[in-house]
Structures are given as structure tokens and as C-alpha cells.
Design a binder for this molecule. Structure first.
Ligand SMILES: Cc1cc2nc3c(=O)[nH]c(=O)nc-3n(C[C@H](O)[C@H](O)[C@H](O)COP(=O)(O)OP(=O)(O)OC[C@H]3O[C@@H](n4cnc5c(N)ncnc54)[C@H](O)[C@@H]3O)c2cc1C
Length: 343
């Protein structure tokens, strides 16, 4: 069940080469518990991965790498308006979206085609096209890496914010998310706040103006805009959209009148990181095996043969240049593994 010296390049979508000293794919919570309690591994670092679509693996990973493989979707509660479902961490996210829509349950359509596993979705509060996981989230179960005890986390305890959660920034690496509960609608309630989506939706024939229609539009939009990691290795958006104060935004606007910013609660502004990268001439720029994609300024790609160190040094040059031109800090979105001690 537990393998030694496992190559990880086919287990991360940036296709970065590295090995896991030990590797396990528990297919039940009981197996996961046994692995976490196994005295051979308790003194070693334990690292959780999902489908590897948001990882920057920069070195071999010592200790045990655990990839949850528990499957299953069940209904916990149902009324005429809602359904509460429980999904195991090893399910594929997009297959879940497809399945729920086929049952007539809505709420996940805007999150169509996001790669990865269900267990990873709360980790960074996945989001796209005006919807975030938090909007449909009810609660989750997670197992403590330290003592293999299961704890239930409410929405509030998960501390969700933009591409962030308690699991990502408060106690990273300390929990394995095992079950995720989502509350979905049985009555149509679409989110069309994203202008491009709303425009395309209104152009659909009346019978296609449904949650299925939204899924199809988003799948088509994403396929046309984002490189498929199966063809060109990438981890989606490599940088987060930086959030700045209104004073900072106004001062940037004076120097760069066409800067793109979206008002946020409490007077802050979210800047379009892709715009900053494009202005700084990084869009389409390639150095060796690494580059920023020619159509998607925010997507860093491995053209083949890049190492984690290559990606890190290229990303740092992009970050330094954005800091120099705009005095704005670009934060990396993918998670760095192995995790630095204390990180
Ligand atoms: C082409 C492309 C497009 C993308 N588009 C989007 C997008 O629109 N919106 C968006 O939000 N993201 C997007 N992403 C990023 C990625 O799809 C999500 O972050 C996804 O949730 C990662 O899932 P994963 O299973 O691959 O996790 P991994 O990349 O394997 O892991 C990511 C992090 O989650 C942790 N983790 C994984 N599983 C668990 C678990 N069960 N318990 C605890 N921690 C866990 C890992 O430790 C790691 O820190 C995109 C990626 C790609 C490649």
C-alpha cells in the first residue's frame, strides 16, 4: 500500500520532476488513520497532495506523501428547495460538478472545469466566474496529521477568504480534508455577475438559459482561454490578483490611467495581476523552459524539462519587476512543496 521513491512528475500539472520518499493513496478513512498512526512514519514529515494542479514542487519530498483516494457522493438532507450532499476528498471536482447538474442540483456550474480533487477545493476556496466554494459550502471533516483524530469544521471555522482558508494559511499541512458537505439549490438561482458570462448567456436560446447552459459556456470559455495542462504543463493562475487600499489604487491610477481594478468590500481594490504582468512585458516571454503564456499573462508554463528551481527563479524575476514598476507585491498561488519548516 505504501510505495518507496515514487516519481511525482506525473502527479503535478506543472510536470516538475521530484520524488516522494514514501507515497500512499488511502482509499478509506480507516486506511488513512492507519497510515497516520504508523510508527514508521510518525517521526517523518507528512505531506498531503490532491491531483497536483496547484503545486510548485521545487525539491524531492522527504517523508510520506499522502494522496487521499476516498470516493463517494451521498445525499444527507433534502427539501423542496435544497439538497445537502457529502462528497469524499478523492472525487474529481469537475466530475462532481457534472454529476450534480445531471441530478438537477445547482450552484457548482460557475466552478466548471477547475482541475483537481474535492478535498483540495476548500484548501484554497476555489473560485471562478463570480462564485467561490464558500458560497455553497456547509462543513467538512478533516483528520489531524498529528493524531489521526477526525474533526468537523463549520464554514466559519474554515476561515475562507480569497483563495485562502484556515487549512492553507493558519495550520498548513496539519489536516487531511476527508469529507466536504455542500448545500445546492433545486430551484434555479444563477450567478451571472461576470460581465462576459452574462453577455454570452443572454445570447443563448431561451431553452439553453439554464445552469447547464452556464456550465457549457464556462467550459467553452475556459477551453478557449486556458492552456490544457495535458498539452502544456501549467498550474492555472500562477499569481493571485493583488488587493490594495483605495489610496494605493488612486495613486496607481494617476501613473497608469488604464489600470484594471475591481472594488472590494471595505474600500479595497483587487488589481488584475494579468494586466500588471502584461504591462511589464512578461506576457509571452520565455526564458529556457519556463515562460508566461502568450495568451494568458497570468499562467506560467513549463515548456518541457523545467525544474522547480527554474520556475522559482523565473517567478521571482516577474515578482521583482512588478514590485519595481508598480510597488505592488505579487503573491504566488500554487503551494510550494516541500513546505519550509514552520511554514
Ligand atoms: C488549468 C488550470 C486552471 C485552474 N483554474 C482555477 C480556477 O479557476 N480557480 C481556482 O480556484 N483554482 C484554479 N486552478 C488551481 C487548482 O485547480 C485548484 O487549486 C484545485 O483545487 C487544486 O486541486 P488538487 O487536487 O490538484 O490539489 P493539489 O494541487 O494537489 O494541492 C493543492 C494544495 O491543497 C492541499 N490539499 C490537497 N488535497 C487536500 C486534502 N484532501 N486535505 C488537505 N489539504 C489538501 C495540498 O496540500 C496543497 O497544499 C487551476 C489549475 C489549473 C492547472
Amino acid at each position: 500500500m505504501i510505495q518507496e521513491n515514487v516519481e511525482l512528475s506525473d502527479k503535478n500539472t506543472l510536470r516538475l520532476p521530484a520524488t516522494a520518499q514514501w507515497f500512499a493513496q488511502p482509499s478509506s478513512e480507516q486506511q488513512l488513520q492507519e497510515i497516520l498512526n504508523d510508527p514508521r512514519f510518525t517521526p517523518l514529515p507528512r505531506t498531503v497532495i490532491g491531483d497536483g494542479s496547484n503545486l510548485l514542487i521545487h525539491e524531492n519530498i522527504d517523508g510520506l506523501v499522502i494522496k487521499p483516494a476516498m470516493r463517494g457522493i451521498s445525499v444527507i438532507e433534502e427539501s423542496s428547495e435544497h439538497v445537502l450532499i457529502e462528497v469524499m476528498a478523492g472525487e474529481n471536482w469537475d466530475q462532481l460538478v457534472d454529476y450534480t447538474l445531471a441530478q438537477g442540483w445547482q450552484g457548482l456550474e460557475n466552478l466548471s472545469l477547475i482541475p483537481g480533487s474535492v478535498g483540495a477545493a476548500p484548501f484554497q476556496n476555489i473560485g471562478a466566474y463570480g462564485v467561490e466554494l464558500v458560497d455553497v459550502f456547509e462543513s467538512l471533516d478533516a483528520m489531524s496529521v498529528a493524531d489521526a483524530q477526525v474533526r468537523n469544521f463549520s464554514k466559519q471555522q474554515c476561515g475562507f477568504s480569497y483563495r485562502d482558508s484556515f487549512f492553507k494559511s493558519v495550520q498548513p499541512g496539519q489536516w487531511v480534508i476527508t469529507r466536504v458537505r455542500l448545500r445546492l439549490n433545486k430551484i434555479e438561482k444563477l450567478t451571472l455577475s461576470y460581465a462576459d458570462l452574462a453577455e454570452r448567456f443572454s445570447a443563448l436560446a431561451a431553452e439553453n438559459q439554464s445552469a447547464h447552459g452556464v456550465r457549457e459556456l464556462i467550459c467553452a470559455l475556459r477551453r478557449s482561454k486556458l492552456p490544457d495542462p495535458a498539452e502544456l504543463a501549467n498550474a492555472g493562475s500562477f499569481f493571485k490578483n493583488p488587493v490594495v487600499s483605495s489610496e494605493k489604487f488612486e495613486s496607481l491610477q494617476r501613473s497608469f490611467p488604464s489600470i484594471v481594478g475591481y472594488p472590494q468590500p471595505h474600500g479595497a481594490y483587487k488589481l488584475a495581476a494579468g494586466w500588471l504582468i502584461e504591462q511589464a512585458q512578461w506576457k509571452g516571454k520565455r526564458e529556457g523552459s519556463v515562460g508566461m503564456h502568450a495568451q494568458q499573462a497570468l499562467v506560467l508554463v513549463n515548456y518541457g524539462g523545467a525544474t522547480g528551481a527554474d520556475v522559482m527563479s523565473f517567478a521571482k524575476r516577474v515578482q521583482d519587476s512588478i514590485a519595481e514598476i508598480f510597488s505592488v507585491t505579487l503573491e504566488r498561488e500554487p503551494v510550494l512543496l516541500p513546505r519550509a519548516l514552520g511554514d
